[in-house]
Design a protein around this ligand. Structure first.
Ligand code: GLC
Ligand code: CA
Length: 547
């Protein structure tokens, strides 16, 4: 596709679980032709890139993050031709496509693993995975799914050895010390980029290497592999993007951009829970502190930001006290807790409160980075707490009020996951058909937010200056470095708040309220006094200085 090499900086990404989006053959499972049939909807929504959850053949022990064939498409979703058709149709609409690249592990059903467990110990075939005679190796390394796994080692009867797995035992880790593994994965990258994929999400990229005496995360060898991968991609496919999933603190996170020679994008994991914390505490400090701790990415780098995704709302990057606070506020129902996080969707997390939903979305769209919208959150979809693991936040997209939500012609009991049953969030209450074109609906509000963001390049590319008015309940910052700038002001409290902002550099500049369109009198002095209703927010565009 045409456009700047760093298109991802201007993007608004939509994360879509193809299995749960739209089913066209009536088997109760969403598919690629279904996604294709909804591209018009996505184009109208205004997002510019789609991130598809894993589309590969897989036994689905981890919803496709357990890949059994890197070069194929899961038959549930369709064929490789269907995949190509999605790419072509998306590109024709100006939509980019980002897919998953699970580097760290495969399914235990992958032929590489089946071959490895039967190959002689020490052979190149065996060493495609990580083996040990004892489960004491790499002692003390944390488990990522502590609710499901009590060890990172699993005994394999066939191999008569233990294999290493950071995630489920059905996901053996690949051995990046094997040159064969590295080469095979580069060929996978070539295959999908060769088909026109625009970006790849590097799943669980922190864990590629293991070394005794370390926590086996973010090792220098992992960064070296990322440099090799980036150089490979930039040389063959300039303008394609690598998005690193590294659930780490800002100081380590920024390392995943390397010296502008590793990932193009990296998720800002620590910012996410702090947005919820600031809201619950009615205090901007959690957000301000994490921003102050966040180094700037290198020139081609961009943060990826999000409120929710297909996993639990992870609480790994907070202190123990903060975790306890988050669980107390946002996971009152014990079923909501999962691993080190909360398995709820955005709307139920916020008690369905429209003002809070708008406020958090505005912050997501205002802070540095490219925002990601999780499918269904544009409508305020709910979740299903009785489903296993993270399935409760991956339920069918609610297109209309019918029992199968317009997702499938199959009856509700034949859907791969049930639709949400809570009457406040079930299809009759929350669906696209009712909200599309309806004044004041959350969907229409989200569409407007996306369109306003796309008209304000400072939000995509501009710098950040945080202001600290005395009133801690107000979060205020300016985006943009010179010329057009945007003043963002948000009231984190449920009650009206006033804040005095010191803006001595902006005296005389005209102000335009982006949401209402109102033009305000130019700033007459260094102090700007603003009153905001409970959970109120404003985007104030500062006209060019002197204009
Ligand atoms: C990532 C994915 C998650 C998956 C895990 C293992 O964290 O987001 O869904 O279970 O990697 O692949
Ligand atoms: Ca189907």
């Amino acid at each position: 596709m045409d456009g700047p090499l760093d298109w991802y900086k201007d993007a608004v990404i939509y994360e879509v679980q193809v299995r749960s989006f739209c089913d066209t053959n009536g088997d109760g499972i969403g598919d690629l032709p279904g996604l294709l049939s909804k591209l018009d909807y996505l184009q109208r929504l205004g997002v510019t890139a789609l991130w598809l959850l894993p589309h590969y053949p897989s036994p689905l022990r981890d919803d496709g993050y357990d890949i059994a064939d890197y070069l194929g498409v899961h038959t549930d979703l369709g064929t490789l031709d269907d995949f190509k058709a999605v790419i072509a149709a998306a590109h024709a609409r100006g939509l980019r496509v980002i897919t998953e690249l699970v580097l760290n592990h495969t399914s235990d059903q992958h032929p590489w693993f089946q071959r490895a467990r039967r190959a002689p110990a020490g052979s190149a075939e065996r060493d495609v995975y990580v083996w040990s005679d004892s489960p004491d190796k790499y002692a003390g390394v944390r488990r990522i799914f502590p609710d499901y796994e009590d060890s990172n080692w699993e005994w394999d009867e066939v191999a008569q050895a233990y294999y290493w797995h950071r995630f489920f035992r059905s996901q053996p880790d690949l051995n990046f010390d094997s040159p064969w593994v590295q080469q095979a994965l580069l060929e996978v990258v070539d295959f999908w980029f060769g088909l026109g994929v625009d970006g790849m999400r590097l799943d669980a990229v922190t864990y590629l290497y293991e070394r005794e005496g370390t926590n086996c995360e973010s090792l220098p060898e992992t960064h070296a592999f990322l440099r090799k991968l980036r150089a490979h991609v930039d040389a063959r496919f300039p303008g394609r993007m690598l998005l690193g999933e590294a659930n780490q603190w800002p100081e380590e996170l920024v390392g995943y951009f390397g010296d502008d020679d590793e990932c193009h994008m990296v998720y800002h994991f620590p910012a996410m829970p702090r947005l919820y914390m600031a809201l619950a505490q009615e205090d901007r400090r959690p957000v301000v502190e994490i921003l102050a701790r966040t180094p700037a990415p290198p020139p081609s780098g961009q943060w990826a930001t999000f409120l929710r995704n297909h996993d639990e709302l992870t609480l790994e990057m907070v202190s123990e006290d903060e975790r306890a606070f988050m669980l107390e506020v946002y996971a009152q129902d014990p079923r909501a807790k999962l691993n080190v996080g909360i398995r709820r969707r955005l709307a139920p997390l916020l008690g369905g409160d429209r003002a809070k939903l708008e406020l958090l979305n505005v912050l997501l769209f205002s802070l540095p980075g490219t925002p990601i919208v999780y499918y269904g959150d544009e409508l305020g979809m709910g979740d299903e707490l009785d489903l296993d693991d993270r399935d409760g936040v991956r339920t069918p997209m609610q297109w209309d009020a019918s029992p199968s939500a317009g997702f499938s012609s199959a009856p509700p009991e034949r859907l791969h996951l049930p639709v949400v049953s809570d009457p406040d969030y079930a299809p009759p209450a929350v669906n696209v058909a009712a909200q599309e074109g309806a004044r004041g609906s959350l969907l229409e509000w989200t569409r407007r937010l996306i369109s306003l963001r796309r008209e304000l390049p400072v939000l995509a590319r501009g710098g950040l200056q945080v202001h600290e008015p005395e009133n801690q309940r107000v979060l205020a910052f300016v985006r943009g470095d010179s010329g057009e700038q945007l003043l963002v002001v948000a009231n984190l409290a449920s009650t009206p708040q006033r804040a005095e902002l010191e803006l001595p550099d902006h005296v005389g500049r005209a102000l335009r309220d982006v949401f209402s369109g109102a033009v305000l009198p130019p700033l007459s002095g260094p102090t700007c006094s603003l009153e905001l209703p409970g959970y109120g927010y404003r985007w104030l565009a500062l006209g060019a200085p002197g204009a």
